[in-house]
Design a protein around this ligand. Structure first.
Ligand code: FMN
Length: 218
């Protein structure tokens, strides 16, 4: 009897230990994806993540979990304060960037305000986000697209506006790189993308400029 009780206790302890396993929910692809709130205590300490940050050009096709996708986008451009400002800074707090998530199942537009993804194009268009093979099969390619209209009537020349949008995007992307390093994912910031084809696919006007791309995966 004593042995049975000890065995049951051991099994219960193992079950408790398993509660530490990170949840891994498949992404529910569809017209909208309600993303999960971030685990603010998750991942490696920031200094450890910094020590691991490196660009990767070697990916499998393994998809991200819903938890990972949610936190990658929150790291890039999630609301982190009551005033609606984001995890990344933006020049003059203009926030001219939109984030498009290219996956095997479709292209989605990220909303910081609602922390949701809305599908804007069906199908796999990841190849448009790069001129490098490794990106075509990776789980996620983010394209950062600037709305230069946000800079209109501010006395800022277009070249300066484009420069500042690129700087915003670099900040968003580096947040993602650090998130990836701290959560066992791979990532790379990329300037290589097929800009005019992306704009055409998304049906965007002349004020919209893809300024940066990024691959995230496993
Ligand atoms: C703005 C920017 C654009 C980049 N574009 C590309 C790119 O198009 N293709 C690529 O393979 N790497 C690209 N990289 C990654 C750099 O090549 C990489 O950061 C550099 O080689 C240093 O390596 P590390 O990131 O591992 O430290 C880019 C990096 C930055 C910051």
């Amino acid at each position: 009897m004593k042995n049975i009780l000890l065995t049951l206790l051991a099994l219960a302890l193992i079950a408790c230990g398993n509660n530490n396993t990170k949840p891994s929910t498949p992404i529910p692809h569809g017209e909208t994806i309600a993303l999960l709130q971030p685990d603010l205590d998750g991942g490696l300490p920031i200094n450890r993540a910094l020590s691991l940050r490196a660009s990767s050009r070697n990916y499998t096709s393994e998809p991200l979990s819903l938890e990972e996708l949610s936190e990658v986008l929150w790291a890039a451009a999630g609301v982190n304060r009551p005033d609606g400002h984001l995890t990344a800074p933006s020049a003059i707090a203009l926030y001219p960037l939109s984030l498009y998530a290219f996956t095997a199942e479709g292209v989605y537009l990220y909303s910081s305000a609602t922390h949701t993804l809305t599908r804007v194009v069906e199908g796999d268009h990841r190849a448009l986000t790069a001129s490098q093979d490794f990106a075509y099969e990776a789980a996620l390619n983010i394209v950062y697209i600037a709305d230069l209209g946000k800079y209109e009537n501010r006395g800022i020349p277009r070249t300066k506006a484009e420069f500042l949008c690129g700087q915003d995007a670099a900040g968003y992307a580096e947040n993602v790189n650090l998130y990836a390093a701290g959560h066992g994912l791979k990532s790379i910031t990329r300037g290589s993308l097929r800009s005019s084809e992306v704009v055409a696919l998304l049906g965007l006007g002349e004020n919209f400029l893809p300024v940066l791309a990024q691959t995230v995966g496993k």
